[in-house]
Ligand binder design. Structure first.
Ligand code: XMP
Length: 522
């Protein structure tokens, strides 16, 4: 939040120092799943001050793509961290960094990738519940060859290579593990994280997003002046719905909620969203800007260009509203934690698509930004939604991109293609709901592109569109697997789409995971 972030005093915090790569989020989530609050701090921002401010209960050093021995400027933090006095766990690169900080030897090895067997050679509480030999998931080529005998004790080694898989400092609870306990492929990884966070660091397990409603409400109250209003664009998505509900609680009628129909919504969405919001006591100003958006998108084929145009038009509309109501000083956004970390320039993270809300607002908008749920992951926002009385069906709705169907149409957005994706997506959704599968998948939708396929309908040949069905499973959208849903369901979806939607002659199912593909087609 712009007013400055006050650390939670009521929850113990585990700080994850991020050395790049995507693992920091996974670690943070695993900790939160234990009902312990966690925060990610980039290694460049990690300092004595941060430690003083947050007063973490434990520190975890993440993995990362760099090499402490071969990268020109490897990411490092100072040896002071060892004296902070709280338990530390270094994972992969973090493990090598700890070894380096205590004068150990890190070398380039043969590389261990994937499932690897380790043997525990000295028992320690961090391995409580582990057998003598266990499989773990590794991904490294540097390895810790030696740790000083007077400072550290080796706890585990890889069976095949003999590399140090885990060590501990003799005089303090500082641990390094070469493998990744945070990934699903390390079967006892969650147990190890629990041993560290709860058993060793003694963090209290009282974190629950439903418990922070009052705190967020107080924060909004103290940030927003008594005669100031807050503009909040609502879409019916769980993030903006929760944001609006928190604002409503905090500032009542000084919340100006607005629902902009950009003409790129799903079937019946405008009506359904308005009904849902009204049932929760939020009565947004409804702006039908569909013609304005569709006109601006005419002839535009490039997806990033579509995103830019849509983003700018949204900002223009917000500006018009703010100009007509001078008390509006703030814009509230439903930014969530992964967006914050990513646009904070997570080390080593490339921009893949420009879809994050954060920093996406032009300066000329001249509104201050409120981001009440910026500390929460999506599953936590859903829990908060339930605590705020949002009906389950809406709290567990699939994420839907801000630019809407424009990013599910490859090439130019036309009325014809819009009608096709709308209907096809509805069919996908209906069939999954019928089978009770809707909430088990992360997203499920249809895509239409430029390519055509010759079909035979009746005794006529017809050149029609290809509709691609995309159904993915994911924890946080950063990686995703294509969903192996039963073929009979796919068959029914395909039959319905081809039969019920004019102009469609082929239905395909997207079977690429992320990476290498992204979830949305463009
Ligand atoms: P990708 O396609 O990058 O998507 O794998 C990851 C997650 O982000 C959503 N997404 C967007 N959300 N504006 C948004 O608000 C966008 O332009 C956008 N593009 C992708 C996507 O639905 C998925 O959940």
């Amino acid at each position: 939040m712009e007013s400055g972030w006050t650390p939670f005093k009521e929850f113990d915090t585990v700080v994850i120092v991020n050395f790049g790569g995507q693992y920091a989020h996974l670690i943070a989530r695993r900790v939160r799943e234990l009902n312990v609050y966690s925060e990610i701090v980039n290694y460049t921002d990690f300092s004595v001050d941060v430690v003083e401010r947050i007063r973490p209960k434990a520190i975890i050093l993440s993995g990362g793509p760099s090499s402490i021995i071969a990268s020109p400027n490897p990411p490092v933090i100072g040896g002071w961290v060892l004296d902070v006095g709280v338990p530390i766990l270094g994972i992969c690169y973090g493990h090598q960094l700890l070894a380096y900080l205590i004068g150990g030897r890190v070398e380039r090895g043969v590389g261990e990738y994937g499932k690897t067997e380790i043997e525990i050679v000295a028992h320690n509480d961090i391995f409580a519940g582990w057998g003598k030999r266990e499989f773990v998931w590794m991904s490294h080529s540097d390895y810790v060859a030696e740790v000083p005998r007077d400072k550290a004790i080796v706890l585990a080694r890889s069976v095949e290579t003999g590399y140090i898989a885990a060590f501990k400092l003799i005089d303090r609870p500082v641990y390094g593990v070469q493998f990744h306990p945070e990934v699903y492929h390390t079967p006892k990884g969650r147990k190890l994280i629990e041993n560290f966070v709860v058993g060793i660091a003694k963090a209290r397990q009282n974190w629950n997003p439903g418990n922070i409603i009052d705190r967020i409400v107080d924060e909004i109250k103290s940030a927003v002046g008594r005669d100031e209003k807050v503009l909040c664009a609502v879409s019916g998505g769980v993030d903006s719905t929760v944001t609006a509900l928190l604002l409503k609680r905090a500032i009542g009628d000084r919340l100006v909620a607005v629902f902009v129909n950009h003409g790129l919504l799903r079937e019946d969405e405008d009506r359904e969203v308005l009904n849902m919001l009204r049932s929760l006591g939020i009565n947004p100003i409804y702006i039908d800007a569909s013609q304005r958006f569709l006109k601006a998108l005419k002839g535009v084929k490039d997806c990033e260009e579509k995103r830019r145009i849509i983003g700018e038009l949204f900002a223009e509309i917000f500006k018009e509203i703010a100009e007509s109501n001078k008390d509006i000083k703030w814009l509230a956004q439903g930014t969530t934690y992964p967006d914050v970390i990513e646009s904070g320039g997570a080390v080593g993270a490339d921009k893949i698509k420009s879809h994050h809300n954060v920093a996406g607002l032009p300066k000329w908008l001249n509104l201050r930004v409120l981001e009440p749920i910026r500390h929460l992951y999506k599953d936590e926002v859903r829990k908060l939604a339930i605590a705020l009385g949002v009906p389950r069906e809406w709290a567990y709705r699939h994420p839907f991109p801000g630019p809407g169907l424009a990013v599910r149409i490859i090439g130019e957005v036309t009325e014809e293609k819009l009608a096709i994706v709308r209907r096809a997506s509805k069919i996908v959704e209906e069939e999954l709901r019928r089978e009770g599968l809707y909430e088990r998948v992360w997203q499920a939708f249809a895509v239409v592109g430029e390519d055509r396929w010759v079909g035979v309908k009746g005794d006529r040949r017809e050149l029609g569109y290809i509709v691609t069905v995309r159904i993915v499973e994911s924890e946080d959208a950063m990686t995703a697997d294509w969903s192996k849903i039963p073929l009979e369901i796919l068959e029914r979806i395909s039959n319905r789409i081809a039969r019920e939607i004019p102009g469609v002659t082929m239905v395909t199912y997207a079977i690429s995971s992320k990476p290498p593909s992204t979830i949305e087609p463009c």
